[in-house]
Design a protein around this ligand. Structure first.
Ligand code: HEC
Length: 188
C-alpha cells in the first residue's frame, strides 16, 4: 500500500537520513508487505521493519563509525571480519548500519551475485519505529547514487567501506559519527 502524497513529501528522506537530521517527513509513511525473493536453500536472513531497532541497542558492536549485528549466531566472525577489514565474505546474516536510515544485510549465498549477496535497505525512522521504504540490490540508492556505485569500490572487502576513502567517498559535509540518542528517533 503506497501513499503517493507521503512518498512525494518524503522524496528528500534519503538525504535527510544521510545527514542524520530528523527533519521533514512525518511519521505517516506506510509499511509495506515485502516478499522474500531468496530462492536458495541455505542459511538466509530476511528482515522486516521491526527487526531494525535503535542503533544504541546492545545487539550492535561498533566498528569504526558503523554498527554490526549478526542474529544468525555469527556475531564474533562478523565483527572480526569488519575490524580486521579481511578480504572476502562476511558471514550470512550480517547486518551493518552507519546511519539509522540505511542498512546492508548479507543474505543467503546466491541471493544477488552482483552485490555480493548484500541486500540494501532504506528505512524511515522518523516516527520512532522503523519503516522499510525500499529494499533490493543494484536498484537501491540514495541522493548520491546507487549503493553499489559507491560500495563497489570495496568489492575485495565484500563491499564494506569502513572508511570514507575505500569506497566512493560520502560528501565531506556529512557527519558519519551517529549519536543514537540525538540522531535516531527510535532511541528516545
Ligand atoms: C556516495 C557514495 C555512497 C553511497 C551512494 C552509499 N554509500 Fe554507504 N557508505 C559510503 C562510504 C564512503 C561509507 C564509509 C563511511 C565511513 O565509515 O566513514 C559508507 C558506509 C556504509 C555502511 C557502513 C558499512 C560500510 O560499508 O562502511 C553501510 C551499511 C552503508 N554505507 C550502506 C549503504 C546503503 C544501503 C546505501 C544505499 C541506500 C549506501 N550505503 C549508499 C559511501 C556510499
Amino acid at each position: 500500500m503506497n501513499h503517493p502524497s507521503s512518498s512525494a513529501r518524503c522524496a528528500s528522506l534519503v538525504l535527510v537520513a544521510i545527514v542524520g537530521v530528523a527533519v521533514g517527513c512525518g511519521g505517516d509513511v506506510a509499511r509495506q508487505t515485502w516478499e522474500n525473493t531468496y530462492a536458495g536453500s541455505g542459511e538466509d536472513l530476511f528482515l522486516v521493519d521491526d527487526d531494525f531497532t535503535c542503533l544504541g541497542d546492545e545487539r550492535w558492536d561498533i566498528v569504526g563509525h558503523s554498527r554490526v549485528w549478526n542474529p544468525l549466531g555469527h556475531q564474533n566472525e562478523a565483527v572480526d571480519h569488519a575490524r580486521q577489514r579481511s578480504l572476502g565474505s562476511y558471514p550470512v546474516g550480517t547486518v551493518i548500519q552507519l546511519f539509522p536510515g540505511e542498512a546492508s544485510v548479507k543474505r543467503g549465498r546466491g541471493f544477488s551475485p552482483a552485490t555480493g549477496d548484500w541486500e540494501f535497505l532504506v528505512l524511515n525512522v522518523d516516527s520512532g519505529e522503523s519503516v522499510i521504504t525500499a529494499r533490493g540490490t543494484t536498484d537501491i540508492g540514495n541522493a548520491a547514487g546507487s549503493c553499489l556505485s559507491c560500495h563497489g569500490g570495496a568489492q575485495a572487502f565484500d563491499y564494506a567501506c569502513f572508511t570514507n576513502t575505500s569506497c566512493v567517498p560520502l560528501p565531506s559535509f556529512i557527519n558519519t559519527t551517529v549519536v543514537p540518542a540525538d540522531d535516531d528517533p527510535r532511541c528516545r
